[in-house]
Design a protein around this ligand. Sequence first.
Ligand SMILES: [Zn+2]
Length: 439
Amino acid sequence: MLRKNTSRSSPAFLALKLLILWIVIAPTPTSAAYYLTKVENHPVKISIRMTLQSSIHVHKLAPRGVEWGLASQVSRPRCNGKPLKQNAEGEWVSPAGCKEIYWTVDLPDIVNNDYLASTQQSIHLPKPGWSLLSEPSSLLRVKGDKSASFIKSADPSIRLIGAKKLTGDTWKIPSESSAPEFFVINTSNVNRVQLNGLDVNYISDNTDLVERLQLNDMHAKVLGALSDILKLKSKLENRRESVLVVWIGIDKRLRGINGAAGHRSFVANYIIDDDPNESINRYRAMMVIAHEQFHQLVDMTRTRNNSLPNWVSESLAQYYALHVLAKIAGSPETQRIKSEFIKPDADYKLGLLELDRKNQAGDRSLYHLFYEQGATFWQAIDETLRESKEFPDGLDSVINDLLSMDFPKNGSLPPDFIGKIRHADEKRLDDILNKYIGT
Ligand SMILES: [Zn+2]
């Protein structure tokens, strides 16, 4: 009987069951694509459409910055006109069969020069008349989907500028394992130059002031010095790379030394100050760009290894920022800035590995020690190596070896690296490793 054939044990039923199981546990689908569909001026908001390549599954969606503690700027996401169910703060669910998701991003007007780049928020700057789109706070991603994708403007009146161009007018959205990206909407003022084998695009909120403060020149010098140390040209070979630098002024009362490094873009605050005696502010801006630029060049060239532990990434970026600052513009002001971070006499309570573990567990209160204790550690290593016969160029002579190595899971330095530098002065290096890194 037909009825008997459809019993629970029939092959057809099993196949169906397996299919259902496959649908539920299928690996997450491939990338989404993003389209800017509308930019409104009052209030300033942009609309975004995301297409999902595989739509048969239920997906969890969130802007990836939420996990890092950033505020989500995704507003009213919907599919087929229906609002998506919200799971948690900054997390939604798209139903099975949903192929396109729409949402808006409200862009707060920044009128008092009080935007801190480290907040990584999308904003509108009424004065120059352009907007910053921050991918980690404003673009939904399918959770678990690690692939890179692209964004493009779907409206000829919206001009989108990113860091890495794919084809035509599409810009790369980095994969989940890469740093975030920033985009500028509707500026007509892009300064394009070729530096050290890189295409660099500069955008600023105040072209005259940025010119007067010589910020682009400073960036070019920093990029030159870091490219030399990191042997950028030979590592890139013929690969074409580009960088987007976005300058946003901040009121001097906020004293914001602030930046946000993206995959190929970065946003840097500079202190708005016309007082020529306050040249220290320019050097502070220079330190920030050097720090962010270091992250970016490492990301660009360290393509075959696991990611650096947080403490290593931040402490090296900070040490090299101070290092190139002294190299390019050595002065009492740069010495003063250096002494704010390098503190060989400080009594550090916790080792860098312990700090890294605390940070990973969500305690950000000691993060600043990666810049201080961490940079002081590298300074001690640099000095020791410089004083040896084997490494007269100090840390510069081993940094590229270090950056070509995989790091152990526990966040410590690779044993091969330690083995190499110990030749310089075993006792002194062991003391430094014990004092700053710990276990
Ligand atoms: Zn950093």
